[in-house]
Design a binder for this molecule. Sequence first.
Ligand SMILES: Nc1ncnc2c1ncn2[C@@H]1O[C@H](COP(=O)(O)OP(=O)(O)O)[C@@H](O)[C@H]1O
Ligand SMILES: [Mg+2]
Length: 399
Amino acid sequence: MTSHTITIRAGHPDFLDLEWDRSIVEWSTDRIVDLPKGISRHEVRFVVYPEGTYVIKELPLRAARRDYTVLRELEGTGVKAVLPVGLVEDRSDDPNDERSAALITRYADFSFSYRELLEGPGFGPRRKQMLDAFAWLLVELHLIGCFWGDCSLSNVLYRYDADAIETIMVDAETAELHDELSDGRRLEDLQIMIENVAGGMADIASLQGFDIDDADFELGDDVAARYLALWTEVNQELVIPRDERFRIRERIERLNDLGVTVDEVELIPVGEEQRMKVHIKIGVRDFHARELEELTGVRALEQQARYILGDLHYFQALQKPDTDRVISAMKWRVQEFRPMMQRLRGATKTADPVQAYCDILHHRYILSSLAGHDVGTQAAVEDWFAAGEPGYPLDASPT
Ligand SMILES: Nc1ncnc2c1ncn2[C@@H]1O[C@H](COP(=O)(O)OP(=O)(O)O)[C@@H](O)[C@H]1O
Ligand SMILES: [Mg+2]
């Protein structure tokens, strides 16, 4: 008989009803649900509690501790990663035993594995979205000094975010957080990513019975190219004459357009001339999500928020000209957003009602431009359901 210790964070079930002395593959509790998942080295199972769905991964002690610690450190940095909830240690006397520990994380709602994005041997029309989202995740991790060490298609979860895809880090067993990452370490991480992604694409081709020559071996290199472009944009150094401060504003706006929030602007005088070096400290990529939450209390992903803010502005434009902005934002929430969430929750193919709302906003735009006048949200909703809930066209960009 072995013993074990359980550490669980407040606000979650205590998981004491689970049979920790046995391997999770042997569990037969009716809390277990089968959900799709990516390729994994360790055993992973999903359990449902009234508090929500959780994921349990069985793995050697050291790996489990590292995974748990890094995921905890990532909290509050703004980088999207799964939420660590607990750690079960010393389940067997041998710490190298594959089941000597277990990591509990919160199931990332509305997420799916890359397998659900595949079309044929590759990502088809979603390739660019994948590439952008993947590259961003690595840029964000590197900006906060996190070396991943195992960036792969399976170690990322995906979620629809309006016409984009959001990526969430799921496996931090090999990750390390430092104050800063050297260029060498960043490139090492990129190299690992390129190899893992190429391997993943080869696997997909063979699993699905496609010729290996049809595998998308370029994907990893293309992600790396996008990463390098973004890294340069975000870290670009700006030196300006003292009377060209508007250039700071321009740069901040360019970054905001990429969804990046600027945390701090530091101005450092350079040389004898009246010049200044502008050092910009980047925050997380939640500029629109933050604005939406501040204005309305509504929480959404970054691109979803961008579209929903458009809807709010459209609503505000139809109010009497002297209506207070805060009041009209509240009215929008009560009259437009909340009833729509009530109607959409559980009623659509897309599990995420906020994503369904974004699809409807896009549909409203298409119908209105065809009709040459605003058709209104109600008519758009009815037509959207009747048309089989169309999503965003893949090449759509926010207007
Ligand atoms: N918190 C979570 N939410 C949703 N899915 C998860 C979560 N944790 C793990 N998964 C699923 O399980 C798979 C394997 O998890 P991972 O941590 O990568 O295990 P391994 O160490 O075995 O590679 C992931 O690809 C993902 O599909
Ligand atoms: Mg993994």
